[in-house]
Design a protein around this ligand. Structure first.
Ligand code: ASP
Length: 381
């Protein structure tokens, strides 16, 4: 409730606190209107940084079963989405960059045990959390990605560091964590990422497949006794795909778009499997010439169908509206291949879209001066 009120206050500040935004559809800062004196030029160029900002985020797509979603659990998810949206909106409203907004929002989602990223990530079959993330800057086409990270608290910040502070695009495994430590990103023991609910999901899956169950990770609390009632809030088990990957796309006042995605991947993954989230063009993509996309779903399909880049290519080369392009890939191409999942997307001219072929997708969006929308199920607007 407090968060809702805070967001409402923020929205009113957005509506009443700004001058009329200068819109431009080119993706470049709008030109200054008058420049009579150097002082006027300076203030005009400041004012030229006035594209209306916008942000869209997701917290994973999958089988969201209303019957199994208690009111408390649903409220907790909505609060988590709202908190992340508010963080991104506040960065953008102050004139911050789309990259800063994405990092701020995803850090919160990574720390939130409800989502499959950072703390609360799903477990691989060997009982470890192997984290993947990517970030892409639409203004420059620079990108950074990491896979199989096990010690870095915020994989999204590591992806950004790869983009901004290394000559590379993708780092994996111990090398990625070593780079994180070398640029002073917070390192944590693997037990930091542990949650009982995700562990139970792993045990359930492995037993179902007749695979060996690894020992509980070092440093985690002892297994709760079988007769102890489960906490309904964190009982994430579900019949289908385990959702919770997080992603954010944003448009800042300079007219720059960007995308970021962070995930623990799929429960029970083996052999250092890497999904789509850190694969540029599959689960994450951004270009000011077209759009920014973050995906969630069964990553193998997103990689094969180069989902994020294909959506942006439809916008760029076919001149499609963003929503139509997202629907074409998610509702037609992916759905025909039984590739479950969804995307969020944004363009430099302020089109926002989401599209998913699963019963639900945790999602939220807001445009400067507009109202926040937060939704879970398919039948919500
Ligand atoms: N796309 C992620 C992966 O395959 C998982 C997800 O979105 O839930 O790694």
């Amino acid at each position: 409730m407090k968060l809702r009120i805070a967001l409402l206050l923020l929205c009113s500040a957005m509506v009443f606190g700004q001058g009329a935004p200068v819109a431009s559809s080119s993706g470049k800062p709008a030109p200054a209107k008058t420049a009579a004196t150097p002082a006027a030029t300076a203030s005009a160029s400041k004012q030229s940084v006035t594209h209306p900002w916008a942000v869209v985020l997701h917290g994973g797509a999958g089988v969201m079963n209303r019957a199994r979603m208690t009111p408390e659990r649903e409220a907790a998810y909505r609060a988590g989405l709202n908190e992340a949206l508010t963080a991104a909106a506040s960065v953008l409203n102050k004139g911050g960059s789309s990259l800063d907004a994405i990092e701020a929002a995803i850090q919160l989602l990574e720390d939130n045990p409800l989502f499959n990223a950072g703390r609360g990530a799903v477990f691989a079959a060997d009982g470890t959390n192997q984290l993947d993330a990517a970030m892409m800057d639409g203004a420059t086409l620079r990108a950074g990605a990491v896979a199989d990270v096990t010690h870095t608290r915020h994989p999204i910040s590591l992806a950004r560091a790869v983009m901004e502070r290394s000559p590379h695009v993708m780092l994996i495994g111990p090398g990625a964590d070593a780079f994180a430590a070398s640029v002073h990103l917070e390192q944590v023991p693997p037990s930091f990422f542990f949650t009982e609910a995700r562990w139970r999901d792993l045990v359930h899956d492995l037993e179902g497949e007749g695979l060996p169950v690894p020992p509980r990770p070092a440093g985690v609390p002892p297994a709760p006794s079988a007769d102890k009632p489960r906490s309904s809030l964190f009982d994430l088990s579900d019949d289908g795909h385990r959702f919770g990957t997080v992603g954010v796309v944003a448009l800042d006042r300079r007219g720059n778009i960007a995308a970021g995605t962070s995930t623990g991947g799929l429960t029970g993954k083996r052999w250092n499997r890497v999904g789509d989230s850190p694969v540029i063009g599959a689960g994450t993509y951004a270009s000011n010439d077209s759009c920014a996309v973050s995906g969630t779903g069964v990553g193998e399909y997103f990689i094969r169908y180069t989902v994020a880049r294909t959506i942006c290519a439809l916008v760029q080369y076919k001149g499609m509206k963003l929503q139509d392009a997202a629907d074409e890939v998610v509702q037609h191409q992916l759905a025909a291949a039984h590739g479950d999942g969804g995307v969020i997307a944004i363009t430099p001219d302020g089109q926002l879209a989401w599209s998913f072929n699963t019963p639900g997708m945790f999602r939220a969006r807001i445009k400067e001066g507009g109202k926040a929308e937060i939704a879970i199920y398919k039948d919500e607007p």
